[in-house]
Design a protein around this ligand. Structure first.
Ligand code: AMP
Ligand code: ZN
Length: 437
């Protein structure tokens, strides 16, 4: 296999040099962090006065973890390290209600992010001759613009197709000779069914590669997409708190995701003890960003479960590889790429006086896509009402949920006392999606 490198000097840098570079960048990031109200207080509290107190990479471990709740508490400007007039963009986490977690970018931050994305895309063998159809949500979600900028940086022709509308997607693939796709794995699987329905011949398309990310998927799912669409599928990992996509990506070896260690310091800890796991063991990924000046974030608990490869990669890159994310250490659900916490659904349901005390959230597969059903008990009075009232209530719940979690679920109303009550801890979520990761 012939490998290509966007930045060979960095990508193949000997580990000792890479770690030295990380230390330099970490020190710079600590100085940046001191310019935010949040870290100024936190670092001072633990006796760190400046980056001079960080002498080795191990010293990072003196700093407490940062959590999603910290980011929320710091809303809107607690984590901002530059003057507001130097901020040129913001992104925020998908599908959350209440206080969002918001990330600000300077002009240089955006350039750096685009460069990391270009590195990812190029490492899969793409070149400026490719036509890239970015079939993912644009907007506050980072997947759209993140890949868009990276594709342009590589010099590909980027089609900002956005998500959904399969008929139009096929038409664009045919009209513009698309060679590379980006979508959630569930949408990629769904595409094949739609292709058959629409009578689109695979031979009328010249697609060769697809990037799949934003949600967990198994090796079997990758193989299935590859067989159905006849493309090579590469796993893409990222999260809005760490810019978005561009954190870790599979190279042409398609065996684990290189985490770009000149941009991020990765640790894996046991989610219960918060101590580092043994080399190669699974735990929660903790990330420190080294490539952002507007919003520094140190030791962020991603809640994503993974492990490091212990062997070097055949491609020659020295940046360590992560295994596929196998799940989360919290209860967040990812439904067709959108993050949903069960508590958000509960908040909506419980705010309605007609609704009883018990509810159940069911997630399952409907073909290739995820389907969300919310079953909720209604109080006896409401249940006796005529069906028009019940239907109106159903619509109201559905619409309110759509507004708050950006997903329109199926809503079922049940008689009070009809949903199962568990003896121990309430079981509110049933996730029937196949667990073959
Ligand atoms: P967001 O901040 O909305 O971009 O969501 C980020 C979250 O999506 C991550 O913390 C992961 O839980 C999930 N995610 C993103 N990419 C992947 C991937 N390739 N595999 C598994 N989960 C992913
Ligand atoms: Zn590699």
């Amino acid at each position: 296999m012939k490998f290509q490198y966007w930045n060979p000097q960095i990508e193949k840098m000997p580990r000792a040099d890479l770690e030295l570079l990380q230390l330099q960048k970490l020190k710079a990031e600590i100085d940046i962090a001191f310019r935010t109200p949040f870290y100024k207080e936190r670092l001072t509290k633990i006796g760190i006065k400046s980056s001079d107190d960080i002498k080795t990479l191990d010293d990072l471990k003196k700093i407490p973890f940062t959590t999603k709740d910290d980011l929320r508490d710091g809303f809107p400007y607690g984590f901002l390290a530059i003057p507001k007039e130097d901020v040129i963009r913001l992104h925020s986490s998908s599908g959350t209600t209440g206080i969002p977690t918001v990330i600000y970018f300077s002009k240089d931050d955006i350039k750096r992010w685009a460069d990391f994305m270009a590195r990812c895309i190029y490492s899969t063998g793409c070149t400026k001759n490719d036509v890239f159809q970015n079939m993912i949500t644009y907007g506050l979600f980072t997947g759209g613009l993140g890949f868009h900028q990276g594709g342009e940086e590589v010099g590909m022709l980027v089609i900002p197709a956005g998500a959904g509308n399969t008929a139009r997607q096929f038409k664009m693939m045919q009209d513009y000779g698309t060679t590379v796709l980006h979508a959630t794995p569930s949408f990629l699987l769904h595409l094949e069914t739609k292709m058959k329905e629409a009578g689109v011949e695979r031979d009328s398309l010249v697609i060769k590669k697809a990037f799949g990310g934003a949600e967990p998927y198994s090796e079997d799912t990758r193989k299935r997409i590859e067989a159905l669409l006849k493309v090579d599928v590469y796993n893409s990992y990222g999260l809005s708190e760490m810019n978005g996509p561009g954190v870790a990506f599979e190279c042409q070896c398609k065996d684990g995701l290189h985490i770009w260690e000149d941009g991020y310091i990765a640790e894996i800890v046991n989610p219960d003890t918060l101590q580092p796991v043994k080399e190669g063991e699974t735990g929660e990924l903790v990330l420190t960003i080294l490539c952002r000046e507007a919003t520094p974030i140190l030791r962020y608990r991603t809640r994503d479960l993974t492990s490091f490869y212990t062997e070097p990669c055949a491609c020659g890159r020295t940046h360590r590889k992560l295994r596929r994310i196998t799940g989360r250490s919290d209860d967040m659900l990812i439904i067709n790429g959108v993050n949903v916490f069960p508590s958000q659904i509960e908040e909506v349901i419980m705010s309605m006086k007609e609704v009883g005390n018990n509810y159940l959230i069911i997630v399952e597969k409907d073909g290739a896509l995820d389907k969300l059903t919310v079953k909720t008990e209604v109080n006896a009075e409401t249940f006796m009402d005529d069906s028009r009232h019940l239907n109106a209530l159903k619509e109201k719940i559905k619409e309110t949920l759509q507004t708050s979690i950006s997903i329109s679920p199926k809503v079922e109303l049940q008689e009070s006392g009809s949903l199962p009550i568990s003896e121990g801890k309430a079981v509110r979520v049933i996730d029937n999606r196949p667990k073959d990761v």
